[in-house]
Design a protein around this ligand. Structure first.
Ligand code: CUA
Length: 308
């Protein structure tokens, strides 16, 4: 019935089924009793209503039984939860990086993968790092979810017990594209995993162009997407050399996004507004970015087009 893809899933499912069964039992039980009393003690059948005051036996019963039930829920939940915080010593460590609005997995030495690729039956510890705001890494098939908080070293671990691909979600509202902050876990058998890992390790480490680092560190990418989606400002995708319909003091004109256009958009963002976007949402970065920074950013946009 349940797709349990990690060693930790069973504990969560047992707790869920346990609590859910009691919920169903009481919803049906209480509703039925209520309906029964409505009929049995209606005015037609009971002309003179009876009064009751105090019943020690009943008070004890409806205090002690629910107490036992909730303590049992707590205990079963605890049994499922405790192993989640105890990372086995031999677990392999991967750093999961969350940022608006994507996940990245660093296997060490800047060997980065977009998907979380792991080996069947091998314990994995994820160190959870945020580059900006609060996120939450959620892998439903593994029944694991942990907050990813900037400046705080949170972690999670699991042992994948099924091969296949499983969804990763962000479970903490983190801005406009929160719902699009998706990822994938790929569980491979050990031979396929070793092959994949060897390729990752021999690949050259991911080096980010300085221009892109500047766009990230100044939070430009929070309003201008890299993937073509429309956020608050126009996307950066395919920017360089594109024709832009812009509104200026003199009316609507068409311009080419060349070096000057890009630099002007950063240092005097409200002089020209791309059609379909609002004025006044961006401040000037004239005093923040140096001429060298601006050149690096322009360079990045030039190369970003060549790669596509
Ligand atoms: Cu990241 Cu929501």
């Amino acid at each position: 019935m349940f797709n349990e893809a990690s060693n930790l899933a069973r504990g969560v499912d047992i707790t869920f089924i346990f609590i859910f069964s009691f919920t169903v039992f009481f919803v049906i039980g209480i509703s039925s009793f209520l309906i029964y009393t409505l009929i049995r003690f209606s005015r037609k059948r009971e002309k003179n209503p009876r009064q009751f005051t105090g019943n020690i036996k009943l008070e004890i019963i409806w205090t002690v039984i629910p107490l036992i039930i909730v303590l049992a829920m707590f205990y079963i939940g605890l049994i499922g939860f405790t192993p989640m915080r105890k990372v086995p010593a031999n677990a392999m460590t991967i750093t999961a990086v969350g940022q608006m609005w994507r996940w990245e997995f660093d296997y060490g030495n800047n060997r980065i993968s977009k998907d979380l690729v792991v080996s069947l039956n091998r314990d994995v510890k994820l160190n959870l790092v945020s580059r900006d705001v609060n996120h939450s890494l959620f892998i439903p098939a593994f029944r694991v979810k942990e907050d990813v908080v900037p400046g705080y070293n949170n972690y999670m671990w699991f042992r994948p017990i099924l091969t296949g691909e499983f969804d990763i979600f962000c479970a903490e509202y983190c801005g406009l594209n929160h719902s699009g902050m998706l990822g994938k876990v790929v569980v491979l058998d050990s031979a396929a995993y070793n092959k994949w890992f060897a390729e990752l390790i021999t690949s050259s480490p991911a080096v980010e162009p300085p221009g892109l680092t500047l766009l990230r560190s100044n939070n430009c990418v929070s309003c201008h997407s890299l993937d073509g989606s429309k956020i608050i400002g126009p996307t950066f995708k395919g920017l360089y050399g594109s024709k832009r319909q812009v509104l200026t003091d003199k009316g609507e004109i068409t311009e080419e996004a060349n070096d000057e256009y890009i630099k002007r958009s950063i240092t005097d963002p409200n002089a020209e507004i791309v059609k379909g976007f609002n004025k006044g949402l961006m401040q000037s970065y004239k005093s923040i970015l140096s001429e060298n920074d601006l050149n690096n950013i322009v360079d990045y946009f030039k190369h970003a087009n060549e790669q596509k």
